[in-house]
Write a protein that binds this ligand. Structure first.
Ligand SMILES: Cc1cc2nc3c(=O)[nH]c(=O)nc-3n(C[C@H](O)[C@H](O)[C@H](O)COP(=O)(O)OP(=O)(O)OC[C@H]3O[C@@H](n4cnc5c(N)ncnc54)[C@H](O)[C@@H]3O)c2cc1C
Length: 459
């Protein structure tokens, strides 16, 4: 491409225009999902909202395809475009906690580890991802669930204001008081409505330490454990979130050698009540079956947030398929167990995430995120190291996903959509899709923000 406009842009911004020949290019060109190796023409690393305005004006003037990247954890590989321009916000990392008002303002380059570190110092937290390297921006704009969502609501339910650069390059604030329709659309509408340069979240008080950890069962106990889990979660308090994870047992201590590499069921939990409340509520789980490993203990909330970090490292190849389930029927359980008996890929995981609590007490039309009446999210995400396993891993996930269709409600979480062959964006928005299509016409009529799970402007 002609380098003159890029050189002009470089004169205008505090950040850097990184070209393929620059030494920093490789570091910025890679996202979390190593399946993709897209080669952008240039990466504009922004340092301020003014940089973002200049970047958007540049895109409009040059009519070049572009993508928006913050934490880079997109499963679908949208945030790093091939043969286009990346607007990279990972360097915008300002963060301010107001312990009196119980709010945190964070720029989009922050990851959940950064926000947790800043807020937990004050005994406060807001709903963040269960892997602390995930970026706050893509997470929040799609919905945002985690260990505390049943108690404190989704990330979108805790968003108070968002500062946005629109497709026109204009800066606006969205909140319940200003640009309410935009604020509604941002809370679930993913990257479709503008570039968010600052998020302000509500914070919640938490005990200094919570009970959290995991209980691992060999696969031959999975049926009984899952049956128990289903009944148990039906009456669980909002304080408790417990995921049912199927993973291949890592070949390390303390797992028994005869289980290494085999599929097993891990109950992964966090309880936000006092230790006494946690002990009482967790007792039936702690007495369940004959686990191969139990590690449920007192820890700071920020440590619970990192329990999975080690298994979810950047650079492996990943594929993602997901459903929402209205219930975990016997037939659904049977299908889950059929496909999790043997899981291809060393890093693969399948999990059931309980919804309920505060997530479901919010009406489906309150924010663009619509899935307020579901019981579980099911996420199938194989992870493997090299391309020779692409076909096996992806075929397994697709077959599993297809067989689960009859037990699912048709909805899907936009943040878990992968590099799919079919467009499931309408399913991600369900009953809110029509309103989003209209608002897209109002706020981004030319569909500038289209390198995403795209909502096409319409009426
Ligand atoms: C290991 C792992 C664990 C996860 N755990 C959870 C979890 O516990 N709960 C959960 O809800 N989700 C979880 N997710 C999904 C996660 O929410 C999405 O992958 C999310 O998109 C990541 O945000 P990011 O900023 O890192 O992504 P990016 O790749 O930077 O961005 C993803 C997309 O978001 C949009 N976007 C990014 N930044 C902006 C911005 N500033 N303004 C406007 N649009 C923007 C763009 O369309 C972009 O393509 C997990 C994902 C991974 C890979």
């Amino acid at each position: 491409m002609d380098q003159t406009p890029l050189s002009r842009l470089q004169q205008q911004i505090q950040g850097t225009v990184i070209k393929p020949s620059d030494s920093k290019y490789d570091e910025h060109q890679k996202g979390w999902n190593g399946y993709f190796n897209n080669r952008p023409l240039a990466i504009i690393t922004c340092k301020s909202s003014d940089d973002v305005v200049h970047a958007i004006r540049f895109i409009n003037k040059e009519s070049i395809p572009f993508s928006v990247k913050s934490g880079g954890h997109d499963y679908a590989g949208h945030s790093i475009i091939d043969d286009g321009i990346v607007i990279d916000l990972s360097g915008m990392k300002a963060i301010e906690v107001d312990p009196v008002k119980k709010t945190v303002r964070a720029e989009p380059g922050n990851r959940w580890a950064d926000v947790d570190k800043a807020t937990t110092k004050h005994g406060l937290a807001t709903t963040g991802a269960t892997v602390s390297t995930v970026g706050i921006a893509g997470f929040t704009l799609g919905g945002g669930s985690g260990y505390i969502a049943r108690k404190a609501g989704l990330s979108v339910d805790n968003l108070i204001t968002a500062d946005v650069v629109l497709a026109s390059g204009e800066k606006v604030r969205a909140s319940e008081q200003q640009n309410r329709d935009l604020f509604w659309a941002l809370r679930g509408g993913s990257g479709n409505f503008g570039i968010v340069t600052s998020f302000t979240y509500r914070l919640h008080e938490f005990p200094e330490e919570i009970m959290a950890g995991q209980i691992a069962f060999p696969f031959d106990q999975a049926h009984d454990v899952l049956q128990f889990y289903r009944e148990f979660m039906d009456s669980a308090s909002d304080n408790l979130t417990c995921y049912a994870f199927f993973l291949n047992v890592p070949p390390v201590d303390p797992f028994p050698e005869n289980q290494h590499g085999k599929s097993a069921l891990f109950l992964v939990l966090a309880h936000l009540g006092s230790h006494a409340e946690a002990e009482k509520e967790l007792k039936p789980l702690m007495n369940l079956g004959n686990p191969m490993f139990t590690a449920v203990q007192s820890m700071p909330y920020s440590s619970a947030q990192t329990m999975f970090d080690a298994g979810m490292t950047k650079g492996n190849r990943w594929y993602s398929k997901a459903h929402y389930l209205d219930s975990l029927s016997d037939e659904a359980m049977k299908t889950v167990l059929k496909f999790t008996r043997s899981i291809p890929g060393a890093f693969s995981a399948v999990y059931l995430e309980p919804m309920g609590g505060m997530i479901n007490r919010v009406d489906s039309s309150t924010t663009a995120f619509p899935h307020r009446n579901t019981a579980y999210g099911l996420h199938i995400f194989p992870g493997w190291a090299d391309d020779s396993s692409d076909e096996t891993a992806m075929k397994w996930a697709k077959d599993f996903f297809n067989e689960m269709k009859n037990h699912a409600n048709g909805g899907v979480y936009v943040n878990l959509l992968g590099q799919d062959e079919e467009d499931r964006t309408p399913e991600a928005y369900g009953e809110n899709y029509k309103r989003l299509v209209k608002l897209k016409k109002k706020w981004d009529p030319e569909n500038l923000f289209r390198n995403n799970h795209n909502i096409v402007p319409g009426s």
